[in-house]
Write a protein that binds this ligand. Structure first.
Ligand SMILES: Cc1cc2nc3c(=O)[nH]c(=O)nc-3n(C[C@H](O)[C@H](O)[C@H](O)COP(=O)(O)OP(=O)(O)OC[C@H]3O[C@@H](n4cnc5c(N)ncnc54)[C@H](O)[C@@H]3O)c2cc1C
Length: 381
């Protein structure tokens, strides 16, 4: 039987970032990941800081939770830059600003009100009229009326970033068991015993467990009698062939579902929360052609020059939703089991949330106010 100090369930960005810090502390760490419902291997690489209009529209009652957390996104983007420097890795991080575009006066007013609230929280945000936009973003089509600019927003390459973190984990001797699912977690009188299913089936004994399993966290916690309301949300993505430098910003929309940005190698990544399909609860998500058409039509409407490019790949991934805020800390009744789930736009927050989770597990100060993020809030709800 394998024995480690800490079992991290879930090898997404949060689990990997937590494992990195725990291993640097000298602990023996195993990451077990089944890989089926990952946001980390499917995400668009946007560094989000301003409040996403998609979230406000879909979950208006939860929007204040995300809004209160916005300063954490500034810190999340900064932690990405720090991590890249620590690992000596080129992750193609660029914070050249994010534009949320409006197509009419009503959308512009909505953004202006959002901008004022965000500025009060300390974000570097400004409203731009059409003339100012034409100067800094001439690639935008005539349909665009104005925009909110957030200077702290940007992008990175998840492919490069994930690979760099995996390499660092391997160098530190972290045991990574892929295509393997944690079935049960139970006390056995000595510590915690976890049953593993799949490629590395068997049992593993550990002193502590970190549940960084994204949308799978709720089921693992439920088996311990604790409520964590994570939901799996399958989402669609597209990428075009490479073109000459065209789009310098992360582009979003005040009312419609779109994010687009251009990678260093020239391809344009287009997403924004269009739905993908599940054929079964445990199956991989699959592409919905209607989402591809809707997403790409909107992209061309906002940036007409995209119409000349071929789409070279589409894919689907699984996002995690809960109440919009991070979920961090020990499970009630299980002081040796910790939850680590980021809030909305969780790739941006991933390295920071992993770092805070590792600090909490180790009894250190997490460095940010986590008083709203405890698991017990769901029991109260
Ligand atoms: C298409 C798409 C685009 C996105 N774009 C962006 C973006 O541009 N910017 C941004 O900030 N965020 C984005 N997100 C959100 C972001 O990807 C996620 O919030 C983030 O990756 C979550 O990281 P995580 O480590 O918490 O969870 P995940 O990356 O979901 O990893 C959890 C892992 O745990 C595994 N797991 C679950 N249960 C078990 C179990 N019982 N045993 C073993 N393993 C288990 C899962 O299979 C998965 O591999 C996007 C999400 C999607 C789906």
């Amino acid at each position: 039987m394998r024995e480690v100090d800490v079992l991290v369930v879930g090898g997404g960005i949060v689990g990997m970032a937590a494992a990195l810090d725990l291993a640097r502390d000298g602990r023996a760490v195993a990451i077990v990941d089944d890989g089926r419902h990952s946001g980390t291997t499917a995400n668009a690489g946007s560094l989000h800081v301003q409040m996403q209009s998609r979230f406000i529209r879909l979950y208006p009652d939860l929007a204040p939770n995300v809004e209160r957390s916005l300063p954490l996104y500034v810190a999340g983007a900064a932690r990405w830059r720090e991590l890249a420097a620590e690992l000596g890795a080129d992750m193609e991080i660029k914070q050249s600003g994010g534009l949320m575009v409006a197509e009419d006066e009503a959308q512009f007013s909505f953004l202006a009100a959002k901008c004022a609230r965000e500025r009060a929280l300390g974000l570097d945000v400004h409203m731009l009229d059409r003339a100012e936009l034409s100067r800094i973003a001439p690639y935008l089509g005539e349909a665009v009326f104005g925009a909110e600019l957030c200077r702290e927003e940007g992008k990175l390459s998840p492919l490069k970033a994930n690979e760099a973190v995996r390499r660092a984990l391997d160098a530190l001797g972290v045991l990574r068991l892929g295509e393997t699912r944690v079935g049960t977690v139970a006390r056995d009188g000595v510590g915690i015993l976890a049953t593993l299913e799949g490629r590395s089936a068997g049992t593993l004994r550990t002193g502590k467990v970190m549940l960084a399993a994204g949308s799978g966290t709720g089921a693992l916690a439920a088996a311990l009698g604790v409520r964590i309301p994570t939901e799996a949300e399958p989402l669609h993505m597209n990428i075009t062939e490479a073109t000459t430098p065209l789009i310098g910003h992360l582009v979003q929309h005040a009312e419609r579902m779109i994010t687009l940005k251009q990678l260093g190698a020239g391809q344009v990544v287009i997403g924004g929360g269009w739905p993908a399909r599940f054929t079964g609860a445990d199956a991989f998500p699959t592409v919905d052609p209607a989402s591809m058409i809707g997403n790409l039509s909107l992209a061309q409407h906002i940036v007409p020059r995209l119409g000349a490019l071929r789409v070279i790949r589409t894919w689907a991934g699984v996002n995690t939703t809960a109440d919009g805020q991070c979920i961090l800390g020990p499970l009630p009744g299980w002081p040796e089991v910790f939850a680590a789930v980021p809030g909305d736009a969780g790739y941006t927050l991933g390295p920071l949330v992993g770092r805070m989770a590792a600090a909490i597990l180790s009894g250190r100060e997490p460095g940010h106010d986590v008083s709203r993020f405890g698991v017990e809030r769901f029991a109260a709800a």
